[in-house]
Write a protein that binds this ligand. Structure first.
Ligand code: ADP
Ligand code: MG
Length: 352
């Protein structure tokens, strides 16, 4: 296991071309769990492949425990990587697939068997060890791919590039739990690439939100939820997205037209378009009163909760409330904001 440091790292696929990954600095602790989260094409695989050694960055360095590994191959870095499409040796059994990385390293047969059995047990593959790998379902093949990453006890990190995409939803949940157990037990650094916010937020201690080749925010799931650094993060994380209303500054006060909301303007507020943001979870719906009023246009069901949408001159506002609140479309309602729930953005960036 290793601390991974990305130093002045950037990547353009063609010399002098546009950055697929814009310059960034990052340090990931040894034994930590991280997720790279963002839409397709934002640079997640580029970053992961640079860490694994499949891709050499056009700028900057990769350090494992302080050692420069930028010029080293994946094998020399001791990295296990799992891809979206399972990589298995079809002509081998499940057991042979799992043991292959250890055979390559010349470990004695007895140790290989013991290790393969332990990993197979952990992944629920024990009954399948003698099965030919090509007879497996897509889920099981991905478990074998993952198992090959776990079988080595000396890996610096396990890098997973959307490995759960082919897995059915029930199995996904179980697999995420297994990954976390393995992380806790062996302390191996894990980096998971995903475009699924739930997957990222439930797996990782730190989520790196990316957009257009840029790291927009890196933080704990709670930080991303409570203090999104940009509009993009506020919209990308959380469901429904964060509410944003246009705001204006007048004489040391920020006000939100069409509402009773005011807050003290922070010192040195940048010029530009101001918006106020708050989470649908950080407000309550009332028959009357509150700082914002509007007419309910839609209510949709989400298990024990419901989401109410309110029409407001400044834009639609969504509130998450316990189900069965008795509100209906056409009702007028008030929104009561929780103390400390208001965030202020200037040009889409958090200022207070
Ligand atoms: P993600 O994994 O987030 O979907 P990628 O890292 O694969 O994104 O891609 C980031 C950007 O780099 C995209 O614009 C993609 O088209 C481009 N890209 C990826 N791989 C290559 C490549 N081998 N050559 C040129 N451009 C690439
Ligand atoms: Mg990718």
């Amino acid at each position: 296991m290793a601390e991974i440091r990305l130093q002045s790292l950037a990547h353009a696929y063609s010399p002098g071309g546009a950055y697929a990954l814009k310059p960034l600095e990052m340090t990931w602790r040894s034994g930590g769990t991280y997720a790279l989260l963002g839409p397709s094409g934002c640079g997640k695989s580029t970053m992961l492949n640079i860490i694994s050694g499949l891709l050499r960055p056009s700028e900057g360095r990769v350090l494992f425990d302080g050692r420069d590994v930028t010029g080293l191959s994946t094998g020399q870095r001791n990295i296990a990587q799992v891809f979206q499409v399972p990589v298995i040796y079809r002509s081998m059994t499940v057991g042979q697939n799992l043991g292959f990385p250890l055979v390559c390293r010349g470990l004695p047969g007895g140790r290989i068997r013991a290790r393969v059995e332990a990993v197979a047990e952990r992944l629920g593959l024990a009954p399948l060890l003698k099965r030919p790998a090509n007879a497996l379902t897509a889920d099981q093949k991905q478990l074998v791919s993952l198992g090959r990453g776990l079988v080595r006890e000396d890996v610096a990190a396990i890098l997973l590039d959307e490995p759960l995409t082919v897995i059915d939803p029930q199995m996904k949940f179980q697999l995420r739990r297994i990954l976390k157990e393995i992380n806790a037990e062996f302390g191996v650094t894990m980096v998971l690439v995903t475009h699924d916010q739930t997957e990222a937020m439930t797996f990782a201690e730190e989520v790196i939100v990316m957009n257009h080749g840029e790291v927009v925010q890196a933080g704990s799931p709670a930080e991303l939820f409570e203090r999104p650094a940009t509009h993009h993060v506020g919209r990308f994380i959380g469901s429904p997205a964060m509410n944003f209303l246009p705001a204006t500054q007048e004489g040391g006060q920020v006000t939100v037209p069409g509402t009773g909301l005011t807050l003290p303007a922070p010192a040195a507020l940048p010029e530009g378009q101001l918006t106020l943001g708050f989470r649908p979870e950080h407000a309550q719906l009332a028959r009357q009163g509150g700082q914002i009023g509007g007419t309910i246009t839609r209510i949709w069901f989400e298990g024990t909760d419901e989401i109410a949408a309110l029409a407001h001159p400044a834009g639609e506002i969504r509130i998450r409330a316990p189900a069965g609140g008795g509100m209906a479309p056409g009702n007028t309602a008030g929104v009561l904001l929780r103390d400390g729930a208001l965030r202020l953005y200037s040009n889409g960036r958090l200022v207070a």
